[in-house]
Design a protein around this ligand. Structure first.
Ligand SMILES: [Zn+2]
Length: 269
């Protein structure tokens, strides 16, 4: 196998859930706004020949509890059950800077972090003076990223970048100005972790935008880009959909409801 054929095992870690969320929170002009539509919270890890790459670091426990989420445990506490030592992780990709994606950075003391340059610019832009745009940002998490930048531990990359062989990131914007998706080569082809460019499968299925947006137009165009990047629609992974836990298998007994494996095909429905 050549280096260019690097493939990864890929896992989604469910670290929290919010069963009390409604469709009115999720969709602009939702058809049934009072109906419950639970949201799950995930971190992802790709395990390859050169070690593990973590994609988003979840939300700190105290912040999850403040927001009324059902917290399972921090994603880095689940990594050892997949054979991954957080202290040995060298590469962490941050798909954007919303609070539920960049918590717990200090759990990876030897990692370099990777983020879209456009997202850092957005998080400290004049738009943050408006409550709508800063809704899902936490100042202390942004400050930590700024500190890592000045310490030489944060790489701010261009719109398209190869983070490692078989692992590329692509700016799509929409949900926030620097939202990116991550394309991971697996034994079943290119899987796209859409992150918050897709919260639920329904957004892509019905071609509708999520309610939290920097640019509705870019959010809708991101659907097309995700389709281009993935080997098939079955290779697209939304970021907050509880269906993930039933669409994919647990990697082994004992991890049901906690971790699913994304480098294998979805379970036939
Ligand atoms: Zn999110």
């Amino acid at each position: 196998m050549t280096e260019d054929a690097t493939i990864y095992e890929l896992y989604a870690i469910r670290y929290a859930g919010n069963p009390r969320r409604h469709r009115g929170h999720n969709y602009i002009m939702a058809d049934d706004p009072e109906r419950l539509e639970p949201m799950d919270y995930f971190s992802w890890v790709a395990v390859g020949p050169s070690g593990a790459i973590v994609i988003d670091t979840g939300l700190r426990r105290e912040k999850a509890l403040q927001r009324g989420y059902d917290y399972v445990r921090p994603p880095h506490a689940i990594l050892p059950s997949l054979g991954v030592d957080p202290a040995a992780v060298k590469t962490v990709i941050l798909t954007h800077m919303h609070y539920d994606h960049i918590g717990n950075l200090d759990a990876f003391p030897h990692a370099r972090f990777h983020l879209q340059s456009a997202e850092m610019a957005y998080a400290v832009s004049p738009l943050m003076a408006k409550p709508w745009f800063r809704l899902a940002y936490e100042v202390d998490e942004i400050q930590r990223c700024v500190a890592y930048l000045h310490e030489g531990r944060l790489d701010l990359h261009a719109p398209e970048a190869e983070i490692a062989p078989g692992m590329t990131v692509h700016l799509v914007g929409g949900h926030c100005a620097g939202q990116e998706v991550v394309r991971v080569r697996t034994r079943r082809g290119w899987v796209v972790l859409a992150s918050d460019a897709l919260h639920y499968y329904e957004e892509l299925d019905k071609s509708i935008p999520f309610a939290v947006a920097h640019s509705i137009a870019d959010m809708m165009l991101a659907h097309d880009r995700i389709m281009q990047l993935a080997t098939s629609p079955d290779h697209i992974v939304p970021s907050h959909d509880p269906q993930l836990m039933s669409r994919y298998p647990a990697p082994r007994p004992g991890l049901e409801g906690l971790v699913v494996r994304l480098d294998v095909p979805p379970i036939p429905s």
